[in-house]
Design a protein around this ligand. Structure first.
Ligand code: CAP
Ligand code: MG
Length: 401
């Protein structure tokens, strides 16, 4: 493959033939516009796009469009997006259009990808094939630095591998990052001394573009062993700046808050798939791709495929750890793992801190659910002699299929 192939679902506006609608996309995003122009010189024609195929699907049509590689400026992801996911969404001839996927030739992927990836993160934690368990500190905002650190420490004592800030917590006055981070890390050091286990803390360093690398570096200097970015709100190049900076020496956890404005509708917007590809190219080590049984709307096949994009072959790029999060509790664990496999981070906020006996018991219950899975036992069987799991299941139940 030497050119870019983008796949779209679309519904033409009434009175517009599907072939014409697809041609409007090609014209808008390559060398044309809404009318013939005298300035389209003969030599420009090599940059024309092409409708490769078009077929009816559901309430609309699916088309694959070829964009010549030369249209793209190698390495400039904002420019890539403005071609494959640009003005086309607003064209009146299309009632709706959704970018399903975009595949790029190797010449346009001059990125180093994740520095750590699944193997690197597993090495830090010391696991071979056990799914990881994470928690989001809840309430998502409001706790002061002392209480944040206390909650993190309890979760770590209970057995989680990863603790993260919520997407809306950054550096607000009620919980300044420079006060929260050292306290949390002190708590986690204590856990390491007591249990020998390393626990990651993804501190949310999302901020304006011109400050994000400096802030992340400051976090590393303050002891952070992971940083977190809200990639859609901060922008893909903010992730790239972090991962390509030699000053940022820790793995990067990537949250996708706001994604559903684009990904949720099955008929309009941008599917998660192209975003998953970008995050892998640009160096995210862990990425939220949703659950198959949690609180957020999802399409099972899409989640499975998105995770494959993170974990399947991609040039020489390392594999990204998929994060399953949103409404999870121990009763979801088997369902998530049977569909998504063991290379997965299962994250529970409410599903840990909402445990009837508190955060530490909640973390234990999540780990027990994963241990049950690893031992090939059902949750109900394992709960017979694991009290924390039993209490969690009594509150939330077991989620099947
Ligand atoms: C989960 C979460 C995550 C969502 C994001 C929340 O908390 O912290 O941000 O999972 O969705 O705020 O909802 P709970 P996604 O465990 O308490 O639900 O991973 O799909 O991007
Ligand atoms: Mg959240």
């Amino acid at each position: 493959m030497t050119d870019v192939i983008a796949t779209y679902f679309f519904v033409p506006e009434k009175g517009t033939a599907p072939e014409e609608a697809a041609r409007w996309i090609v014209e808008e995003e390559t060398t044309g516009t809404w009318t013939g122009i005298s300035t389209r010189m003969e030599y420009v024609r090599r940059l024309d796009g092409e409708v490769l195929d078009l077929a009816p699907q559901g309430t609309g049509f699916v088309t694959r469009i070829r964009y010549p590689a030369e249209i793209f400026e190698p390495g400039n992801v904002p420019q890539y997006l403005s071609v494959v996911a640009g003005n086309l969404f607003g064209l009146k001839r299309l009632a709706s259009v959704r970018l399903l996927d975009a595949e790029f030739p190797e010449s346009l992927i001059p990125f180093h990808g994740p520095r750590f990836g699944i193997r690197g993160v597993r090495k830090i934690i010391g696991t071979r094939d056990r799914p990881h368990v994470g928690t989001i500190i809840k309430p998502k905002v409001g706790l002061n630095p002392e209480d944040t650190a206390a909650v993190a420490t309890r979760a770590a004592m209970g057995g989680v591998d990863l603790i993260k800030d919520d997407e809306t917590l950054t550096d607000q006055a009620f919980c300044p990052l420079r006060e929260r981070l050292p306290r949390v890390m002190r708590g986690l050091e204590g856990v390491k001394e007591e249990t020998g286990r390393t626990v990651l803390y993804a501190v949310n360093i999302t901020t304006r573009a011109d400050r994000i690398v400096d802030l992340a570096r400051e976090a590393v200097d303050l002891g952070a062993n992971m940083v977190m970015i809200d990639v859609i709100t901060a922008g893909f190049t903010a992730l790239q700046a972090l991962s390509e900076s030699p000053r940022i020496t820790v793995p990067i956890h990537v949250h996708r808050t706001m994604h559903a404005a684009m990904t949720r509708s099955p008929v309009h917007g941008i599917a998660m798939r192209p975003f998953a590809r970008l995050v892998r190219w640009l160096g995210g080590d862990q990425l939220h791709t949703g659950t198959v049984s949690g609180k957020m709307s999802h399409d099972r096949e899409e989640v499975v495929g998105d995770n494959r994009v993170l974990t399947g072959p991609c040039g020489g790029l390392k594999r990204v750890f998929p994060v399953s999060s949103g409404g999870l509790q121990p009763g979801n664990v088997h369902r998530e793992l049977e569909v998504l496999g063991n290379d997965l981070i299962l994250q529970a906020g409410g599903g840990i801190h909402g445990h009837p006996d508190g955060t530490e018991a909640g973390a234990r219950a999540m780990r027990q659910a994963v241990d049950a899975w690893m031992e090939g036992l059902t949750l109900e069987e394992y709960a017979k002699d694991h009290a924390e799991l039993a209490r969690a299941l009594a509150k939330w139940g077991v989620v099947h299929g």
